[in-house]
Design a protein around this ligand. Structure first.
Ligand code: GLN
Length: 304
């Protein structure tokens, strides 16, 4: 397969669409990003890699960090994680409060904000210095020791995170948040603020493509069953109320973030990161989704 040509053709085809999406502006710091950026990085588990566009430029991974948070929580705490968070698609926007009240403070899944905030609460109890442990974990699995949180992005979200405050407070009222509300929010914003480029993201997510075993240090972080479950949640819940559309058009387990990044994996084969900051109305990268759709159509590489 000539991945080099395929990526080049994808870039050519999607670039005219880059003004169609809208950069997230509810976090003021993210609104400053140039919407014409586009990068893609494919890392095959056989060690080969292919890249196109702005793949070296770092961006805010935002909700993509929710998968890394879940991996950390599950590898430390095991399956009891799923006692406080469900595993059903929400069919609602990532920051919705509606279901949470009906369902008595138990989030639909770990990849909407409510779910990730509960996971953050668990990580506070499970690690002495959860922010440092998260960075250590992300650096270890990606093989990039310079991965950092972005304090300006975290602070920007902290100042405008009214919805997230409401979500944590509602869950606290149902007894599903154990720590101080502000402590949970602060740490969640730090996790979301991590900057990575397409290469770092693709290499980090080889952890999932490789059944929970890090490709850099060969460490087994997730059991087979834990790997299977996390991949299933990516497939069914990785794109909020567009998870069905992503499965339909792309056919890979993945996760998006409002920074415009998307990670998609094919178990045993590859990890593929794409970045384009303009979002569609569901909060997923418009060009990123299109690029992945073209990739799986042209290569016939999907889980189906
Ligand atoms: N930090 C963002 C928030 O909480 C993450 C949302 C996202 O990437 N979808 O709103």
């Amino acid at each position: 397969m000539n991945y080099h040509d395929i990526l080049a053709r994808i870039q050519e085809e999607v670039l005219p669409l880059s003004n169609k999406g809208k950069v997230a502006d509810y976090i003021p710091q993210l609104a400053k990003v140039d919407p014409s950026k586009f990068g893609m990085y494919l890392h095959l588990l056989n060690g080969q890699s292919y890249a196109v566009g702005d793949w070296e430029e770092r961006f805010s991974i935002q909700s993509i960090s929710k998968v890394l948070m879940l991996c950390m929580a599950v590898s430390k705490l095991g399956e009891k994680v799923y006692e406080r968070v469900n595993v059903e698609p929400s069919g609602d926007p990532f920051n919705s409060l509606v279901q949470l009240e009906y369902e008595r403070g138990i989030p639909r899944n770990p990849f909407i904000n409510a779910g990730a905030l509960v996971i953050t609460d668990m990580l506070i109890d499970a690690f002495n210095d959860p922010k440092q442990s998260f960075l250590d974990f992300t650096r270890a699995v990606s093989g990039h020791l310079d991965v950092q949180c972005n304090p300006a992005v975290a602070e920007s979200e902290r100042r405008c995170g009214f919805k997230n405050s409401a979500i944590v407070n509602l869950m606290k009222s149902f007894g599903n948040i154990k720590n101080e509300v502000d402590r949970v929010l602060d740490l969640y914003y730090d996790f979301c603020s991590v900057d990575m480029n397409c290469q770092q993201l693709a290499q980090a997510f080889c952890l999932i493509a490789n059944h929970g075993r890090g490709i850099v240090n060969d460490q087994k972080y997730l059991s087979e069953s834990q790997f299977k479950r996390i991949t299933a949640i990516m497939m069914t819940c990785g794109f909020y109320d567009e998870a069905g559309e992503f499965a339909f058009k792309v056919g890979l387990p993945g996760k998006s973030g409002v920074g415009g990044g998307i990670i998609a994996i094919l178990p045993n084969e590859f990890s593929l990161a794409v970045w384009s900051p303009g979002l569609n109305e569901k909060g997923n990268s418009l060009v990123g989704m299109k690029a992945l759709e073209i990739f799986t159509t042209q290569t016939a590489c999907s889980i189906f």
